[in-house]
Write a protein that binds this ligand. Structure first.
Ligand code: ZN
Length: 502
């Protein structure tokens, strides 16, 4: 009988009510760990005698010949947890921060934590999450809440999709109509506003019942301070030349010199010099706000039909010897890349920036599957993988669940993705910066819905970004994700499947 009870207890493991937290419960799974005898009580956990050493030399001794790159070393940590004491060794404040996230998560996952030693470092430098705040606007508190979860999951890049057809969400002093007008619309729900891919009207700020909002420069400074304290880099996106319906509504002269600006309602005119003046003025204000070395310039889904008819575009193509409208897009992206470079920035673009030739030192965000990313790696460019099939968190988790864009994307499928596949030669693997989960918000109107789309799938993105490939194990992850989901709910997040009705 005793044997049976013991077997049952073991089988229940971490899900049991008196489970002990071991490092193996963590998300993301640590690179290496060992469990020692003894446990730390909750009281002791709250008042550990902490000894911290920030020293590269000391960390290298703990690493004992394991080869880490300089950026991995910066994030790496060694910790040992005893019954009453915690020792941490890191080469940098960043590693110390991740060590503390590990301890916090172990303390949250269970009532008693096993004594252990952990040696840990990330697999990829880019462990990202993108939030679309143009289609529906959530605001500062929501963003900070997600940054907090990212930090707990050791994610470090927040891609802020701030501008797009349905709304401009960033204060730009030189162009006040972007926020006085095109941050506001009469309809709250995106699909009530956009019909047949044509956007609806915008209304002046202060109009009764107007839906929308935007970030002031002070809001951005608050968010950046919050992110920086959690070792998260915030990368803003300013879309060009497509997805600019709102920009054209605020400043119609940015469209092509055609009746109504041309048949395609989304594109800027890459022929006119005034378009570049607009973009460069906006970017200078963005560079002043965001310290990131990256600026995401979009580059996706420009149809280019207007450009073949516009006299300004045709004149530009002739003057620059551009054989096609694809080459005209490439001209624009290269020109903006040079401008960014002159201000100490590098561009990231969606994989369409490969069309017509890629700007030097551009980083590609591969979303149409992984082909664009593979091509860019072959050409020696850095790549962030965010293929729709695995990383688009606007796809539904449950066929019966709400309206959603695209197909079924369960947790297991997100977890199955590996950014370094067999087609990437080991000598080029360093060009794979990592991966990112993208939450587009066509159907996602409020915070409850947004979090339900994010979690638990963001846990899988985090683990793929951090943990060694050989540590990935779906049955084990599924068990940990279930425990982590309960903890996230206790922290006040909505996690799929939601426990309460909306
Ligand atoms: Zn034009």
């Amino acid at each position: 009988m005793k044997t049976i009870l013991l077997a049952l207890t073991l089988a229940l493991g971490p899900m049991g009510s008196h489970a002990q937290s071991q490092p193996t419960h963590l998300i993301p799974a640590p690179a290496e760990y060992s469990v020692r005898s003894g446990t730390v009580s909750p009281d002791a956990m709250a008042s550990l005698h902490e000894k911290v050493l920030i020293s590269e030399k000391a960390l290298l001794r703990r690493l004992d010949g394991r080869q880490l790159t300089p950026w991995q070393l910066k994030s790496a940590y060694w910790l040992t947890l005893g019954r009453r004491s915690l020792k941490i060794v890191a080469a940098d404040e960043e590693g110390l921060f991740y060590a503390r996230q590990t301890i916090k998560m172990m303390a949250s996952l269970d009532s008693a934590v096993s004594c252990c030693t952990i040696l840990d470092w990330p697999r990829f430098p880019y462990r990202g999450l993108m939030l679309d705040e143009s289609r529906h606007f959530q605001g500062k508190d929501f963003v900070k809440k997600q940054l907090e979860m990212m930090a707990r999951l050791k994610m470090n890049r927040f891609h802020f999709h701030l501008v797009d057809n349905p709304g401009w969400r960033l204060q730009i002093d030189a162009y006040p109509r972007l926020t006085r007008l095109t941050a506001w619309r009469p309809q709250a729900f995106f699909w009530d506003w956009e019909q047949n891919e044509i956007g609806g009207p915008f209304v002046d700020e202060g109009t009764p019942g107007a839906y929308g909002g935007y970030y002031t420069k002070q809001d951005i400074a608050d968010i950046l301070a919050f992110a920086e304290a959690r070792h998260i880099e915030v990368i803003p996106e300013i879309e060009m030349p497509g997805h600019n319906y709102e920009t054209r509504a605020a400043y119609p002269s940015l469209a092509c010199s055609l009746p109504g600006g041309g048949k395609d309602p989304w594109e800027l005119c890459p022929g006119k010099e005034t378009t570049y003046q607009f973009l460069e003025t906006v970017l200078l204000e963005v560079f002043d706000m965001f310290p990131s070395r990256y600026i995401h310039i979009g580059g996706d889904e420009a149809r280019k039909n207007n450009w073949a008819l516009c006299p300004d575009c045709q004149a530009r193509m002739k003057a620059e010897g551009l054989p096609s409208v694809a080459a005209l897009q490439s001209y624009m992206i290269r020109r903006i890349a040079r401008f960014a470079h002159a201000h100490g920035k590098r561009i990231i673009g969606w994989d369409e920036i490969l069309q017509g030739g890629l700007a030097p030192d551009a980083t590609v965000m591969s979303w149409h599957g992984t082909e664009g990313g593979l091509q860019a790696v072959r050409e020696g460019h850095d790549v962030i993988f965010t293929p729709t099939r695995y990383c688009y968190l606007d796809y539904h988790q449950d066929p019966a669940q709400f309206r959603a864009v695209g197909r079924h994307l369960p947790l297991s499928k997100v977890y199955s993705f590996d950014p370094v596949d067999a087609d990437i030669p080991p000598s080029s693997a360093h060009h794979v910066l990592g991966l990112q989960g993208n939450l587009w918000t066509e159907h996602v109107q409020d915070a409850w819905h947004a979090e339900m789309m994010l979690y638990p799938r963001v846990f899988a993105i985090a683990e793929t970004g951090w943990s060694p490939a050989e540590k990935k194990n779906w049955p084990d992850f599924e068990r940990r994700a279930s425990a982590m989901s309960n903890v996230a709910r206790e922290w006040g997040y909505t996690v799929y499947p939601p426990l309460q009705k909306h």
